[in-house]
Design a binder for this molecule. Structure first.
Ligand SMILES: [Fe+2]
Ligand SMILES: [Fe+2]
Length: 269
């Protein structure tokens, strides 16, 4: 089973550049082309939040139209930039989001690897959260299938990154979430977004990986107190290979004009 992840698209469809620098529609188009051209093709795509930059109806409408060009199903969860009601409006017909309820979290049961999407959005705040209701739902959902290998995907990472300006807003109830994750050894891994950098952490008795963004990356600066800034480093999408024998193998595929594969030739001295 092959799972692709796209994260932090921050789509704006008003023709303006994101932060005066990034054509987010072009970035989305490049990602769609990249995913459709992968061989073998991923079985599905997880879109892990910050789908749009300012949550306008038009952005989700165009995003849905663009996602429909993907040759595999795509599953969305919200980030801090997203609007749950607008997401529901534009993605509910696909059946997995549910038609009501306060949160957009769900389990996908039809794949060899069970997939659980979490809603970590904290209202009127950029940081992440798992409230009591969401934690209970996760614990119950994991408890109902203790023997099925399970991958969790969510927007906010529930751990620090070491990039000071990204760690300023703590994830509420990260300790309670970690206790639940530790209690369920069927969890093979956790995929996150939000940090706009590839990061891997041993957390909760499993491995948690943060995806790069499709549009810009946070500056690689581990100096305590470093000012916030971003870099136009390449966009990339994680590609997760999973089967029962080897478990989860995490790759990252860069999106860009890098041409076709080059055959190895002998280098003459
Ligand atoms: Fe983001
Ligand atoms: Fe975010």
């Amino acid at each position: 089973m092959i799972i692709a992840q796209i994260s932090d698209l921050h789509l704006r469809t008003d023709g303006r550049l994101l932060k005066g620098k990034v054509d987010t529609m072009a970035a989305l188009n490049a990602a769609i082309k990249h995913l459709n051209n992968l061989s073998p093709r991923p079985d599905l795509v997880l879109a892990t939040g910050d789908l749009v930059n300012k949550a306008h109806e038009q952005d989700y409408e165009i995003m849905r139209r663009e996602f429909d060009r993907l040759e595999m199903p795509v599953y969305v969860i919200p980030g801090n930039h997203d609007d749950r009601d607008m997401m529901r409006q534009h993605f509910t017909d696909q059946g997995y989001l549910g038609e009501n309820g306060p949160f957009l979290q769900y389990a996908l049961e039809d794949y060899p690897l069970r997939l659980i999407g979490l809603d970590t959005k904290r209202d009127n705040h950029d940081g992440g959260e798992m409230c009591t209701d969401r934690l209970q739902w996760l614990d119950d959902t994991l408890s109902s299938e203790p023997d099925r290998p399970t991958l969790i995907f969510m927007h906010h990472p529930p751990f620090v990154s070491g990039i000071g300006f990204m760690d300023k807003r703590p994830f509420l109830n990260a300790d309670k979430l970690e206790t639940i994750v530790k209690r369920h050894p069927q969890i093979t891994g956790i995929l996150c977004g939000h940090m706009h950098r590839p990061i891997s952490v041993a957390w909760g008795g499993t491995i948690a990986c943060v995806a790069p963004s499709l549009v810009f990356q946070m500056t690689m600066d581990l100096t305590p107190g470093a000012a916030s800034s971003f870099m136009l480093e390449p966009a990339a999408c994680p590609i997760v290979l999973w089967n029962e024998d080897h478990g989860m193998i995490y790759h990252c595929s860069q999106i860009g004009p890098y041409g076709d594969p080059n055959p190895f030739v002998v280098d003459h001295l």
